[in-house]
Write a protein that binds this ligand. Structure first.
Ligand code: GDG
Length: 495
């Protein structure tokens, strides 16, 4: 694994995210530690171990307080104590307003341009502000504890206001932020009440460097700033904003996955055995197997995908019993009514399709509604003849990249929504518009009928690209760019 510490020199690294890398939970045998399996933690935990920095996050575990000191600090990983986890405490009202409220009911739908789900409440906004301020205080305190320079790297849309608060507390701190989801055009952002959308932009302008997944989102951000922050000066060519006598840099840094890890899981003997079982069961002879994997979220285009499959089996009876679909859809944000309604809707539609087209020996859609372990996921990706990603909007979409990494036999076709960040990066997928039912169905047919040579050619191309653009390349490019900007800030001004 690459070593990124050289970019930091003697600079202390402070990472900020909503979710924590280690959660302490009360279990039958006392306090247990759980590490969430997400890609970000997998990629950043080794870096944090080497840099001995600090990770600031919401202390969400029910035994977190017991093991932390009075400022919320605890050494992690347990038993190794390589770096500090600084927990920020949130009560129920904070979680409801900041997290479920403004972040997930206002910013999430707006950034994905799905405005029918957008909901604004003053209470959400006030909590979001208060929690962002609390995080900024925690980061400022961590920066204060070190003698030399420090760099704060903030993750995501949970913290649009923290950079500005932090800038006011620590003017010379290097602050950057990665925005994982799309950034909307100005006409969408202004659905937030007057004053609020400007505040979000001014908050983000507290950064020295603001990273988006693709250029289109960076362009949207710059357009919004130009329209709503009149005292700023936007340079579209260099993608910078001059604001309060400082220069804010903006750019595209597409996130990726640990490609070797996924490829390794898919190539293991256990995985090979699972692939044989899966193909024997669902894809013997000329039969084919499709797969999809997502959190049950209205941005992922799940009803649209179900509708396309239903139309396909209705219009092409010859495909019944010849094409089976494994649907891995994991529960998500179940505290929010829109997510519960969607989950119910997905179950009902799948049952209806299975009742309509299924036979004694064949179930069209095999629904897996639970968290699947990564090894099994890798085997399912490898076994499939096609994978459908049909997001209505998606910052990047890592499922597309995981499918490509696991396709070691190069037999699968990737059907990819053109509204994902990945579609602007990956070349070799069959692009779809999930809103166009007939086009979507035609694309599934194209994939099913594609020759083995064509499949191999496309998959090989995507795999080559992916190997040159892993999550470590992503991290490398962000830290390199940060180091470059930091270096330039410390050059004496030219006379
Ligand atoms: C946000 C942005 C951006 C899902 N079910 C299981 C499981 N998963 C894993 C997948 C994949 C991840 O969840 C989902 O990642 P995505 O990128 O598809 O989507 P979001 O969660 O919406 O993530 C997105 C991302 O941030 C990173 O910047 O790409 O655009 O919306 O890794 O594999 N993993 C396992 N079992 C499951 O059942 N093991």
């Amino acid at each position: 694994m690459a070593d990124f510490t050289h970019y930091l020199n003697d600079c202390k690294f402070i990472l900020v995210s909503n979710r924590e890398p280690y959660e302490h939970l009360r279990g039958i045998q006392g306090v247990e530690v759980k590490q969430p399996a997400g890609g970000l933690v997998t990629a950043l935990d080794p870096t944090m171990r080497r840099t001995h920095g600090t990770w600031v996050a919401w202390g969400s575990g029910n035994a977190d307080r017991e093991v932390s000191d009075e400022t919320g600090r605890v050494a992690v990983p347990p038993g190794e104590s390589c770096y500090t986890l600084r927990r920020v405490w949130l009560d129920e009202a904070d979680v409801n307003g900041y997290y479920h409220g403004f972040a997930n009911r206002a910013l999430w739908p707006l950034c994905h341009m799905l405005i029918q789900h957008f909901e604004y409440r003053t209470e959400f906004w006030e909590r979001y502000r208060a929690v962002n301020l609390r995080f900024a205080h925690a980061v400022a305190d961590e920066a204060e504890r070190c003698t030399g320079r420090a760099m704060a790297w903030i993750q995501d849309y949970h913290f649009a206001l923290a950079p500005e608060f932090l800038r006011a507390m620590r003017p010379s701190l290097f602050i950057n932020q990665f925005w994982h989801i799309p950034f909307p055009p100005a006409d969408i952002l202004r659905l937030l009440p007057s004053g609020t959308h400007e505040a979000v932009l001014r908050g983000l302008l507290g950064n020295d460097l603001l990273e988006f997944q693709i250029d289109r989102y960076a362009v949207n951000f710059l357009d919004c700033v130009e329209k709503f922050v009149p005292e700023s000066r936007v340079d579209h060519v260099h993608q910078t904003v001059t604001f309060r006598d400082r220069v804010v840099h903006v750019g595209a840094f597409p996130i990726s996955i640990d490609v070797d890890r996924f490829e390794g899981m898919a190539s293991s003997p256990e995985s090979q055995a699972r692939v044989t079982t899966l193909r024997d069961r669902y894809a013997k002879g000329t039969r084919q197997l499709g797969v999809c994997v997502d959190r049950i979220d209205y941005t992922k285009g799940i009803p649209e995908r179900i509708r396309a499959l239903e139309t396909l089996w209705a219009e092409s009876p010859e495909l019944r019993e010849r094409f089976t679909f494994i649907f891995v859809c994991t529960p998500s944000r179940t505290d929010l009514p829109a997510y519960n309604a969607l989950e119910r809707d997905v179950f009902q539609s799948v049952i209806a399709i299975n009742t309509q087209f299924g036979t004694r020996d064949w179930t069209p859609i095999v629904l897996i509604n639970e968290n699947v372990d990564s090894d099994l996921l890798a085997a399912v990706y490898r076994a499939a003849d096609l994978c459908i990603v049909s997001s209505l909007q998606d910052g990047m979409n890592l499922v597309a990249k995981e499918f490509v990494a696991c396709q070691v036999d190069e037999r699968g076709v990737l059907l990819l929504s053109r509204f994902t960040g990945s579609a602007e990066e990956i070349e070799g997928a069959v692009l779809i518009n999930p809103f166009n039912v007939d086009g979507f169905v035609a694309a599934i047919r194209t994939a099913l009928e594609m020759s083995p040579d064509e499949r191999k050619r496309r998959m090989r191309r995507m795999r080559r690209q992916l190997h040159n653009s892993t999550i470590f390349d992503w991290l490398d490019s962000i830290l390199a760019r940060s180091a470059e900007i930091m270096g330039a800030q410390h050059q004496p001004a030219l006379a």
